[in-house]
Design a protein around this ligand. Structure first.
Ligand code: PLP
Ligand code: COI
Length: 342
């Protein structure tokens, strides 16, 4: 049953699924996409043999719509989500979704569920989940005969409980998120299924999530389970891992730009060695859902490495957060092309 907007507390949303009245669905059949339309009801009927269910032939995206002070609604770098979905699709032999269709679908879903966009100042946003799945009768390991492109939405608050409260992470030496030449760069479900067990084990020990290391040598930080990673050196260099097996985070590239052009820091993609964390005074996790979450400490083989503080956000992490969120909510001027009006 679709949720009623009046029953929601927009100041205390958490990050959870909510069934909204309308979503967009389009089908790819006989080599082409249909026009797509908004539909009611959150249930799908698909063949039990759909390759999305058996072999993980599926990929997805995550982005947000923001209510500005003036009441307008805007999207942040939605063109980049479209490009990344298509890269994931190519990796899994799925048809690309034309950029115009992707952006139009997202805008339709935002407009159709307008009552669920949290008000400016609540800290909440409307999270959008575009999804591409291989469906139809196919039991061999081969591409699906048909595909569905779906976009649904839900109002959300902070992904990591506590928002700008520093979080504790556990460096994983026993589990990898992705293989060196695997699908780590693509936003595909299999990467996340594999992260559930290490994530559960870490949370059971009181950690927020896992920090994964490079799968070839286990010496360098890759990313956390649902966000990229960055750290700031004692001489003010913003560093974020460069690796072919991490998700190319749109938030990370935004922060690289903002660190350099708005905060005047040196900003690079490079190596962050797990045994050299004392070079860094601050660290954070970044992503659409995570926004900027300060990393208070990482436990490495039983030993805690504390960055700025376990209770307070560091000053540069705070500035990066303020700049990014200010742009996303329309309070600070965005670099050209970053903001799309709905
Ligand atoms: N890394 C992983 C594994 C993610 O799931 C996400 C979330 O999308 C990110 C990084 C951050 O990417 P983005 O900033 O594009 O949301
Ligand atoms: C996002 O930040 O959009 C993500 O996809 C993270 C998600 C796995 C919760």
């Amino acid at each position: 049953m679709a949720v009623q907007a009046e029953t929601l507390d927009f100041n205390d949303l958490g990050f959870m699924y909510r069934d909204l009245p309308l979503r967009y669905v389009s089908t790819y059949k006989d080599g082409k996409w249909d026009a797509g339309k908004l539909v009611e009801g959150n249930q799908l009927t698909i063949s039990e043999s759909s390759p999305a269910l058996h072999y993980g032939q599926q990929c997805f995206e995550g982005l947000k719509a923001y209510r500005t002070k003036s009441g307008d609604v805007q999207l942040f770098r939605v063109d980049e989500n479209s490009k990344r979905l298509n890269k994931s699709a190519i990796r899994l032999l799925m048809p690309e979704v034309p950029e115009e269709k992707f952006i139009d679908a997202v805008k339709q879903v935002v407009r159709a569920n307008e009552a669920f966009i949290p008000p400016y100042g609540s800290g909440g946003t409307l999270y959008l989940r575009p999804l591409l799945i291989g469906v139809g009768d196919m039991i061999g390991v081969a591409p699906a005969p048909e595909f569905m492109f779906i976009v649904f939405a839900m109002p959300v608050g902070a992904y990591f409980k506590g928002g700008l409260q520093p979080a504790r992470f556990l460096a994983s030496f026993d589990y990898d998120r992705a293989a060196p030449f695997g699908t780590g760069r693509a936003k595909v479900g299999g990467n996340y299924a594999g992260s559930m067990l290490p994530g559960k084990l870490a949370r059971a020990q009181g950690y927020t999530d896992v920090v994964y290391l490079d799968p070839a040598t286990h010496t360098k930080i890759e990313e956390v389970g649902a966000a990229n990673f960055f750290a700031i050196t004692h001489d003010n260099e913003f560093v974020t891992p460069k690796s072919d097996s991490i998700l190319p985070s749109i938030t990370k590239y935004a922060l690289l730009y903002l660190a350099e052009h708005r905060l005047g820091l040196k900003a690079t993609e490079g190596d962050i060695y797990i045994d050299q964390l004392d070079q860094y005074k601050e660290a954070g996790a970044c992503g659409t859902a995570a926004i900027v979450t300060p990393v208070g400490a990482i436990t490495v083989k039983g030993k805690d490495h504390v960055f700025y503080s376990e209770t307070e956000v560091g000053p540069l992490t705070q500035k990066l957060y303020d700049e990014l969120v200010g742009i996303q909510f329309g309070d600070i001027e965005a670099p050209e092309g970053w903001v799309f009006q709905v």
